[in-house]
Design a protein around this ligand. Sequence first.
Ligand code: ZN
Length: 318
Amino acid sequence: MKAVTIMAKRTAGIHHITAYAGDVQANVDFYAGILGLRLVKRTVNFDAPEMYHLYFGNETGSPGTAMTFFPYDWGRKGRIGGGQVGYTTFAVPPGALPFWENRLERYSVPVSRTERFGETLLRFRDRDGLRLELVARGEGPRSKWSFGEITPDNAIMGFGGAVLYSTAPAMTMHALEHVMGLERIGEDGGMVRFRASAGLGNLIDVHAQALGRGRGGPGTVHHIAWRAADREDQEEWRACVAEHGFHPTPIVDRNYFTSLYFREKGGILFEIATDPPGFARDEPPEALGEKLMLPEWYEPCRERIERALPPFEVRLPD
Ligand code: ZN
């Protein structure tokens, strides 16, 4: 029998966050139109090609910026609770919060302010009820994507982090610290904060109180993905996750990255995804997100897939 040594590995931070959504046009109007993120990929859910998989992010959708959705008629709304990302936190440049407070109010999005770890955050919800936050941060590269009045000086840069809701917070915190390799850096207002090394998607707060299990559906997050540097690193991650007693899936090809998944013991679905190759793999960088892109194994069914998907457009909402 081979000797087993537990590897210590550290993720750089959040790779992407994927949520459910309802109406596709409302989803695109909110994230591309109001929040001004770039739609960097329109494709389908590779496991269920009857629904879109839309990726929004900075100009290239680089790791740490990609918010993704499965917009679909799910039949029922989700319920926020344990085993989910409770709040998805986006970062904007210093001084940009008043701009966003005005903009959200202009689009009839109710906004409230909260404080955590000495920072002010704007809290609001998307059209499906998904809980979001904006925080101003000095670190992390600015987005080069401009849309309407949104310029690099106020544009969302990517994720500041996330608030995790767990059915077993001690287990979730253990997984963050000892499996994903984040550093525990403090506690404030019932939250425990963990830090990863990247400039974006690097501050994760765990709600310290256990919460009853949520239910998936529009208005909730489906999974949170962490960064692996490349395929070799991901294979090490897979061994590391298994050594810690979790049951990772095989590594699957998501076309723009490869992925593995496992559920941590507080109920949250974790993914580990590679930084490369990224969204310019199958489209020129200047045309990202304009056409429906399919992985080669779905190309023979393109006509049938396209017919089943509702049309939508990227536009500035009224
Ligand atoms: Zn994912």
